[in-house]
Design a protein around this ligand. Structure first.
Ligand code: UDP
Length: 352
């Protein structure tokens, strides 16, 4: 595909569009009449996941390349996903997270300021909240205290501050979407979740159940929650993608910064997910009980009231059984894989 297919469609720059949520959003943009221009360095994304619009290989810290891309494709708006996402890694390599997440956002802001782009949608995270003093069954409104439990969460919060100030100073309008637990895959089988290493509950539980991975470890059963395991708000990646399109389309005055939780508003425990995977696969999920994982809050469940008000958006396909069924379809037959990257540096030197 190339600009030939573009016609009069408004072009949207999708940084990190070769990644999991970015690729699903690029598809949603295409379906809604936009022309996605994916900008990605493929450090964790996949070229095979870029199937709609145009692909530009580039580093998010390269303001000049970003500016040239914005100009070359007459970009009208930017959705900014590019960044590092592993909470655990952020604890041991905070420097990388500040450099890529915060430094990258700074470069992007300078590029869009110079080229007069006036709408930005930013990938933020429920990690900006941490557990704070919240009870395990309380949902989280946007005004809840911000107490990130990891450098990852710190960098997302710092980016929000930077973007909010940019809006006030230069008239940009921006929406930060604070994601809860993205899961599932597009039912087409064209794109899905592929992380290296995979650390997320649903893919790991499926891998264990279909015999493609080791038994799952349930990280802690002594939390102050109904069954003792952590509660999370799992949202279908296509619902999340739709929220980005809504955030692009919403009318906002110049200079306005908004932050909204994107979740369903329902907490599911680790054991409930394990049961859902067992139902979908038709076999129990081999699992063992392990220790708590550092940095895991007992519960992260969105209050989705504000996002409904702001964007007119609510989850449509985030029933847990549907999420798991779509994830299972993908895990059983991924259209691309982590390949040599999955096995680490030594694998890269092996013949393909
Ligand atoms: N979890 C688990 N075993 C695993 C991976 C995750 O018990 O192998 C738990 C984790 O402690 C958390 C929930 O599953 O309570 C969701 O974790 P995930 O890594 O999928 O997402 P996160 O909430 O960290 O963004």
């Amino acid at each position: 595909m190339g600009d030939m297919d573009r016609g009069s469609k408004p072009a949207v720059l999708v940084t990190g569009g070769a990644g999991y949520i970015g690729a699903h959003t690029a598809k949603a943009l295409h379906e809604q009449g936009f022309f996605p221009v994916v900008y990605d360095d493929l450090s964790s994304g996949f070229r095979e996941a870029v199937r709609w619009g145009e692909f530009v290989h580039g580093d998010i810290r390269d303001a000049r390349a970003l500016g040239e891309t914005i100009e070359a494709h007459a970009i009208k708006a930017v959705i900014h996903f590019a960044g590092l996402i592993e909470v655990g890694r952020s604890v041991v390599r905070p420097d990388l997270f500040w450099d890529i997440n915060v430094g990258g956002t700074m470069s992007l802001l300078s590029a869009i300021r110079e080229r007069g782009v006036d709408r930005l949608v930013f990938s933020s995270s429920a990690a900006v909240y941490g557990q704070g003093g919240r009870g395990p069954l309380e949902t989280i409104p946007e005004a809840a205290p911000k107490a990130p439990a990891s450098p990852y969460g710190d960098t997302k919060l710092a980016c929000e501050w930077m973007i909010a100030a940019e809006c006030r100073a230069y008239g940009l309008s921006a929406v930060a979407l604070r994601y809860f637990n993205a899961a599932g895959a597009d039912p087409s089988g064209q794109i899905g979740e592929a992380h290296e290493p995979e650390t997320h509950l649903i893919p790991l539980a499926i891998a264990a159940a279909i015999g493609r991975g080791p038994a799952l470890t349930v990280f802690g059963t002594d939390y102050d929650t109904p069954d003792g395991t952590c509660l999370r708000d799992y949202i279908h990646v296509n619902d999340l993608a739709a929220a980005h399109v809504a955030a692009l389309n919403v009318e906002l005055p110049a200079g306005r910064f908004e932050a909204a939780n994107v979740g369903v508003g329902q907490g599911r425990s680790v054991l409930q997910v394990v049961e859902a995977v067992a139902r979908a696969v038709g076999r129990p999920v081999p699992h063992a009980i392990g220790a708590r994982r550092a940095g895991d809050p007992a519960s992260l469940v969105a209050d989705p009231g504000y996002v409904r008000e702001l964007l007119g958006w609510s989850a449509q396909c985030s029933d847990l059984d549907r999420i798991v069924a779509d994830a299972l379809r993908w895990e059983a037959q991924p259209a691309y894989s982590t390949g040599g990257r999955a096995a680490g540096p030594t694998a890269r030197t092996q013949p393909q």
